[in-house]
Ligand binder design. Sequence first.
Ligand code: GDP
Length: 479
Amino acid sequence: ETISIQELANRMSERSVDVIKFLMQQGQMMKPGDIIEPDLAELIASEFGHTVRRVAESDVEEGIFNVADNVENLVPRPPVVTIMGHVDHGKTSLLDAIRKTSVVSGEAGGITQHIGAYQVEQGGQKITFIDTPGHAAFTAMRARGAQATDIAILVVAADDSVMPQTIESINHAKSAGVPIIVAINKIDKPGADASKVRNALLQHEVFVESMGGEVLDVEVSALKGTNLDKLLDAILLQSEILELKADPTRTAEGVVIEAQLDKGRGPVATVLVQTGTLKIGDIVVAGDEWGRVRALITDKGAQLKEALPSMPVEVLGMQGTPLAGDRFAVVESESKAREIAEYRQRVAREKQVAKSAGQRGSLEQMMSQLQDTGLKEFPLLIKGDVQGSIEAIIGALDKLGTDEVRARIVHSGAGAITESDIALAGASRAAIIGFNVRANKQAREAAEREGIEIRYYNIIYDLVDDVKDAMSGLLSPER
Ligand code: GDP
């Protein structure tokens, strides 16, 4: 666990200047917001006459999260599916159409409600769909260390074929090691050309069966409801190959799909049970929140006494709202739940302080995402006040490049950061750098919406230094 100099000083009840002075004597120039490694923190602490007790996550959370299943108790569980693909290729339509078929075919009663995921039945077998299409949610969850998805449905419109977000989706699925099933959508359209889609996918190393590969593909029309059962069958087939199993006899563990504060019901978290059985009365920890399960409600509005593996359920009874992607687990007592929640709140606070002090978090986060996708290029979009400074920056960044990692400038230009810069950065997964320029209001809003990082600099050296740090982060093996 790393810590900022400020936080370390606080915890020792020392002044941060004294810590910095000590570091200077050791030949290290640092600022209060700088983050230091545990070893150095320990050295400083003992230098200031403190005994160190490192509270590792494993101490507080020992035996709570990622507890292995007992092999003898494993039984098959339904697959959890996420739908990905290019915008307008029909992800939402497909999710709606699949949900509708299941309602028609009949689980009794209940009005369907959006809880972030739903379950359908095909031939007596269940399939869970994550209800947020696209890879944004998928990536956000993975960034929090959760992998909820077993199978990715790649929707490709037959009249549009492979597009940039199709490729991104492929990369996301591949980097997560999640198998793809291709749904060639909109086959009802006059211009539909399914074989063109299959061919285009070849170039991105998605080999469907008819091309000699192993990736299942199904031609569908979300609009007309064509071949949806074939798609569900393909999912079940794939899931058989994966031999998905869980242990329903143990205490539950899983991931938060979404959560919000409901006026009437208090905090409501939709969780996906990944293993074990979640029961009413269980005490759960999710992220840095905890609670006692008061009610479990399905996507069809049914109240359950318990939820089995791969089931998405709304949980009532949390003390606060956790975040999508947070892992949850059942613990034995309220005091244990509190301890973990408080520990995690403290860690989160420290990270926040470190981030606002050092402004380092996000670039590095972005780098680790890049690494997920296997990229060793660092895409940047650079806006500056004058052409001369932009050229100087690009020149300096060029020099940083190595055989393994380099900056790729997707766009550069003089002037303020605009909405179209955000769109371009979004499409190419680039960070935006503003040198002596700012983003206008629309651009700021768009960046917020799209979760795109804008960094402002007025000293070239600082800029280059940050990029350098981020690049070396990309290369270090422990990330
Ligand atoms: P998303 O952005 O991927 O979620 O795409 P949407 O589900 O919003 O669909 C985009 C547009 O394509 C909408 O106008 C849909 O009505 C249309 N669409 C979706 N599926 C089909 C289909 O199978 N056939 C036809 N003709 N249109 C479809």
